[in-house]
Design a protein around this ligand. Structure first.
Ligand code: FE2
Ligand code: FE2
Length: 410
């Protein structure tokens, strides 16, 4: 593996940047892409920590973070769910880099010349006891030359582990990597927006199926899976890959609702048994949407669409599919236990949790204690016990996701 101390071999680094780019292009989800970019930039520069901000209107939106001092590799990174923005102006380091479009290499954050227009924000260090020294900040530029975001890496380490300045060569190579990565970032943002647009179509039918709801279900599902996989000893590579697909696929759990008539989904009165049976078809319509492709994302989306209303004990719907294309679809025996794909078992819990914890026209949000009590009761009944256990283990992370993607006030 190369790093910047072997900088004599610049063409080797360039080959590596191309290889990193190829890996980025295989990832689907924005978080997975940002995670990979930070991993690679930090590996090349031996940086202890790093943050990515993405431009959103006139602000930089905090989008991803790594910090080796505070985080064990492979563990759940709850800090990515922090939710704040910094205005794009020259008063802050990241704002300065976004405004000017130029990289900035600072050797000692606590020794900035008073004449500089920006200041180092000591809040994080004061709150956590961390000691920031060297900071290297680069813009992420698109092929049109627009600034799409900023990568900031902190505390380059020497072989002894002490903090040292970033080598001048980083000024050339890291911006190159950042600019190459912008293509993958833009594609991932487009994918998320495209999904949210599909969700808005479903939302026209079912007002409870909103953008924030699906982002929360995507986040809950990804982190519940991560914890489940850690509990089961799944290897780190497999966890990252599955998590990348799951965050996207979970968001699409209810797109099949586009096939259900308004008359039923928006009916204010109690539904008849026949109407319920029609609503249940949204699982099959969802599966039909993803039926024709063999990509891993489509396979997972199909499993989730069809299986997210199944129950561990076999009392859910729609059960085994004999022929989903016949009219009405031909169904077989109930599905139970591990016959229901794991990803669908996870999304089932995430979706119910979000419904209970959200305000609906007919009910206030349930308090957390009441939901936790219910889930403990339903462990081994409605839900897979291992999925409930993983969910309870990471309840602090679940709360952060809920806050990050809160419903906008009406
Ligand atoms: Fe559903
Ligand atoms: Fe849902």
């Amino acid at each position: 593996m190369l790093n910047l101390s072997q900088i004599g071999n610049t063409s080797g680094i360039l080959v590596e940047i191309i290889a990193i780019n190829e890996q980025l292009n295989q990832l689907k989800d924005l978080d997975a892409i940002l995670d990979r970019i930070l991993t690679e930039v930090r590996r090349l520069t031996h940086a202890d920590a790093g943050t990515i901000f993405l431009v959103e209107k006139d602000n930089l939106k905090f989008s991803y973070v790594h910090n080796d001092t505070f985080m064990k590799a492979g563990e759940i990174n709850k800090d990515i769910y922090a939710n704040f923005t910094i205005p794009i102006n020259i008063g802050s380091i990241v704002g300065y880099v976004a405004s000017t479009g130029e990289p900035l290499n600072i050797d000692d954050a606590y020794n900035l010349a008073p004449s500089l227009p920006f200041q180092f924000n000591k809040n994080f260090d004061e709150k956590t006891g961390y000691k920031t020294t060297s900071i290297f900040t680069v813009p992420i530029k698109t092929s049109q030359g627009d600034v799409a975001g900023v990568i900031q890496i902190i505390n380059a380490r020497n072989a002894e582990g002490s903090s040292v300045p970033f080598p001048p060569d980083a000024q050339v190579l890291i911006p190159l990597l950042a600019n190459n990565a912008s293509v993958a970032i833009e594609r991932a943002i487009m994918t998320r927006e495209l999904i949210l647009r599909m969700i808005r179509m479903a939302e026209l039918r079912d007002p409870s199926e909103t953008g924030p709801h699906v982002q929360r279900v995507g986040g809950y599902s990804a982190e519940i899976y991560h914890k489940w996989a850690l509990n089961k000893g799944v290897d780190a590579k497999e966890i990252k890959k599955t998590k990348d697909l799951l965050r996207v696929a979970a968001m699409l759990h209810d797109v099949g609702k586009v096939g259900i008539s308004d008359k039923i989904l928006k009916k204010p009165d109690k539904l008849t048994d026949e109407e319920f049976a029609i609503i249940e078809l949204h699982t099959i319509y969802g599966a039909q949407l993803f039926a024709k492709s063999t990509s891993e994302l489509d396979t997972m989306s199909r499993e989730i669409a069809i299986g997210h209303h199944e129950k561990w004990t076999g009392k859910g719907y729609p059960g085994q599919l004999i022929d989903m294309w016949s009219n009405p679809p031909q169904l077989g025996a109930p599905k139970k236990g591990e016959e229901i794909p794991l990803m669908a078992r996870i999304v089932a819990l995430a979706d119910v949790f979000d419904a209970l914890t959200s305000r609906r026209s007919y009910k206030p949000p349930w308090p957390d204690e009441k939901i936790i009590a219910l889930f403990k009761e339903e462990s081994g009944n409605h839900f897979d016990p291992d999925v409930v256990a993983a969910f309870l283990d990471i309840f602090e992370v679940i709360k952060l996701i809920r806050a990050k993607y809160a419903d906008s006030p009406i």
